[in-house]
Design a protein around this ligand. Structure first.
Ligand code: HPA
Length: 234
């Protein structure tokens, strides 16, 4: 047990999928895993461990934003020795060719700040995905008939953004979409020598103002879970 995760050591698998929403963790575990057991309920941040095609896997909610994700990722890595962490989440589209429902696989993430900024001081660390996981996720998506966008994303500290000028610069520099967690996940994975990836569905679009209808969110989320599982165990 840790401060934020009630599971015993051994109840968390080496591979963890991390949706932001704990109810998505429950849905994904019930839909995709065999023999899923709830291993965490602390603060309602649900986590489940089961098997997928014979591989042990945990699906643990991260909460929203990098400070929350940092708590769970730190404890998963340092206390449970998790080796592979894959974020499955949503993002806002930032390029005209990126459409609602599209899949983005994040190669890098730009930020203003992460919880790790304090240790980097003047250094602009470039958080990047594990290449093997990224290549495997691209292949898994293509095998499912999905052509993902692969490139840089923006991990923001705010959902209700008051700096449209910054978003314009991100768009101008090819950033595909905005979410709120990946950069810290990639930074922690780099620090502790683990594998990390973020697979994202475009749920809304900053330029067009469109948003994914709620009934479509579940099917897009399911596709992401499958791609993440295939990438983790390929
Ligand atoms: N901004 C930040 N995070 C997000 C968004 C967004 O528009 N959509 C989904 N996650």
């Amino acid at each position: 047990m840790t401060i934020h995760i009630g599971a015993e050591v051994g109840e968390i698998a080496d591979t963890v999928l991390m949706p932001g929403d704990p109810y998505r963790a429950k849905w994904a575990a019930e839909t995709f895993l065999q023999d899923a057991q709830c291993v965490n309920q602390v603060r309602g941040m649900l986590g489940y461990t089961g098997t997928w095609n014979g591989h042990r896997v945990t699906i643990q909610g991260s909460g929203m934003g990098m400070p929350s994700l940092s708590i769970y990722a730190n404890e998963l890595i340092k206390d449970y020795d998790v080796k592979t962490l894959i974020r499955i989440g949503s993002c806002g589209g930032m390029q005209p060719q990126v459409k609602i429902r599209d899949l983005i696989i994040a190669m890098t993430s730009t930020t203003l700040n992460t919880p790790s900024s304090g240790i980097f001081r003047e250094l602009n660390f470039a958080p990047c995905a594990d290449y093997g996981l990224l290549a495997a996720a691209v292949a898994a998506a293509k095998a499912q008939g999905i052509t993902p966008h692969v490139g840089g994303i923006y991990s923001s500290d705010v959902f209700y953004d008051e700096r449209p000028d910054l978003n314009e610069q991100m768009t101008r520099h090819g950033i595909l979409g905005v979410e709120m967690e990946a950069a810290e996940l990639y930074t922690l994975a780099a620090r502790y020598g683990r594998r990390a990836l973020a697979v994202l569905t475009v749920s809304d679009h900053l330029q067009t103002g469109e948003a994914l209808p709620s009934q479509d969110r579940e099917s897009s989320f399911g596709e992401m879970v499958e791609i993440a599982l295939k990438a983790a165990f390929s």
